[in-house]
Write a protein that binds this ligand. Structure first.
Ligand SMILES: Cc1cc2nc3c(=O)[nH]c(=O)nc-3n(C[C@H](O)[C@H](O)[C@H](O)COP(=O)(O)OP(=O)(O)OC[C@H]3O[C@@H](n4cnc5c(N)ncnc54)[C@H](O)[C@@H]3O)c2cc1C
Ligand code: FES
Length: 468
């Protein structure tokens, strides 16, 4: 028997015996909180093992099994680089403590990073790998999520993990890291030589850096154009720094490759001859410096390889017009960034006749997922049942997904990503049907289960019961 199946079958057996034992216990005696805690723990362990077996560790078949791993592995931060002048984004170079080689991953892959935050507990978040493959380390680039005040005056606290790693994870720190995983629709096909258009907004540049680096190092003749959108240059992964992510990209630009730096809040001031003499928009000095730098170093012949654009990243407004004809006909478009940014790119690409199969996007959180999906309104009673209690709620489309409906009804469903990527929210369906709002899913749930963070009741379903 396949050892993976065996390792799954054993806990499955013990789980069913536990379920049976739990049922009997409940019938014959007043069950205690401890018994149900143990049952919940066993279920959780089982779910973890299932996840480990079904998660898509990077190219598991091709990679040396000795270097792939399940669950979490200890990594040391061997280098930390603050990337931008605003000090909002930092890159972490992660080297495995056991010193063994790392498995390769397809460009576009992400890791789960687990940290122990004092007075908060263990928290896990997903982060795209922001560099081409090296067998020694993985690089993540993480942006701080600040606190803010919403329109009703409510104080929204700052992001837990992003701020913790900025403030407390330094060179020498040890963190837990999962094997790379990926969404099947958001990986760059390295067997193909089709042109590639990469469109990254803000921190959504991270998977694009990985794709860019892989193409320029492993397929140097493959045409690839990258459009990197920021408000001003203070947000750029600083090109002036020798070891920054953008600097390594700038050094690599080849003949068929273009790097467009797009500044949405900066406007050039031109002299009579059209020469840029200054920039309006808050960060002019730095922008001018960058502009001069690219002018001096990176214009080869008549072909500027690094181009500055003052305006938003927009297919409709200008990108379609500057793309070479072969790009329009055959290029694959990869995008990652805020929800409205990706939505506009998708809508514009479709309007230009780019088929859906050539448009790929990565979602960093529920907000971006919301922007890319429609509200599903349907009449359905949703029942959350567990351990003898059950709570019923009418489906409300505006809640967007079953995880949020559960939360609104004080039912807690685990899971940190909100986009079907971590698998932690996997929940058994006791009756009825759901539909997932993301296809394909980065994490494939087991038969009979769903991912509530990206699931809604199926339109044909009038009553849905989840084990939650
Ligand atoms: C596949 C994938 C790849 C990703 N790659 C990257 C990457 O390369 N780089 C990167 O920086 N990020 C990336 N992310 C996002 C990342 O996983 C985290 O979501 C991000 O770092 C925020 O985590 P946090 O713990 O700081 O915020 P959290 O604590 O999880 O908070 C999330 C949001 O909720 C708000 N919030 C917190 N509490 C409340 C409350 N009580 N009420 C209302 N709102 C609240 C916070 O202000 C914040 O805006 C990726 C996500 C996915 C799914
Ligand atoms: S919360 Fe990550 S898959 Fe649902």
């Amino acid at each position: 028997m396949d050892p993976t199946l065996l390792s799954l079958a054993l806990p499955a057996l013990s789980l069913s015996s536990l379920v049976a034992a739990g049922g009997l216990y409940a019938l014959t005696r007043r069950y205690t909180a401890r018994a149900w805690r143990e049952l919940a723990q066993a279920e959780q362990d089982f779910a973890l093992r299932l996840r480990a077996a079904r998660i898509r560790p990077a190219q598991r078949e091709e990679s040396d099994p000795a270097v792939a791993w399940q669950g979490f592995r200890k990594f040391r931060v061997t280098r930390k680089v603050v990337e931008d002048q605003k000090r909002e984004t930092a890159s972490f170079y992660l080297t495995p403590l056991d010193g063994r080689r790392l498995p390769p991953y397809p460009p576009g892959a992400y890791l789960n990073l687990r940290v122990e935050i004092p007075e908060v507990g263990t928290e896990t978040r997903s982060y795209s790998i922001s560099g081409g493959f090296t067998p020694e380390y993985y690089r993540l680039s993480i942006k701080r999520v600040p606190g803010w005040t919403d329109s009703s005056g409510k104080e929204i606290p700052p992001g837990k993990v992003s701020n913790f790693v900025h403030d407390h994870v330094h060179e020498g720190s040890v963190v837990d890291v999962s094997a790379p995983n990926h969404c099947p629709h958001f990986v760059l096909d390295m067997e193909s030589d089709a042109p590639v258009v990469l469109l990254g907004g803000g921190v959504g540049i991270t998977p694009m850096i990985c794709m860019w680096e892989e193409v320029v190092t492993r397929q140097p003749t493959r045409p690839v154009w990258l459009f990197y959108g920021v408000r001003g240059s203070a947000e750029l992964m600083d090109a002036a720094d020798e070891i920054s992510a953008l600097h390594s990209m700038l050094r690599q630009v080849g003949d068929d490759q273009r790097l467009w730096l797009c500044f949405s809040r900066v406007k050039p001031e031109l002299d009579e001859a059209g020469k840029v003499i200054g920039l309006a928009g808050g960060e002019s000095e730095n922008d001018l410096h960058l502009c001069e730098q690219s002018r001096q170093q990176l214009v080869v012949g008549q072909q500027p390889r690094v181009v500055h654009h003052y305006g938003r990243v927009s297919i409709k407004d200008w990108i379609w017009d500057v793309l070479p004809p072969n790009f329009r006909d055959t290029a694959h478009f990869y995008t990652c960034g805020p929800g409205p940014f990706m939505k506009a790119i998708r809508v514009d690409c479709l309007a230009k006749g780019v088929p859906e199969r050539r448009i790929h996007f990565e979602e960093f959180g529920a907000d971006s997922h919301d922007a890319l999906t429609d509200v599903v309104d349907t009449a359905c009673e949703v029942v959350f049942s567990r351990g003898g209690r059950s709570k019923s709620a009418a489906w409300e489309g505006w809640r967007r997904d079953l995880q949020r409906l559960a939360k609104a009804n004080e039912i807690s469903i685990r899971g940190h990503c909100g986009v079907g990527a971590c698998g932690e929210c996997e929940t058994p369906i006791l009756s009825g049907r759901v539909q997932h709002t993301r296809d394909p899913l980065p994490y494939e749930p087991s038969p009979g289960c769903c991912l509530p963070c990206v699931a809604v009741p199926h339109p044909d379903c009038e009553r849905l019961e989840l084990q939650a």
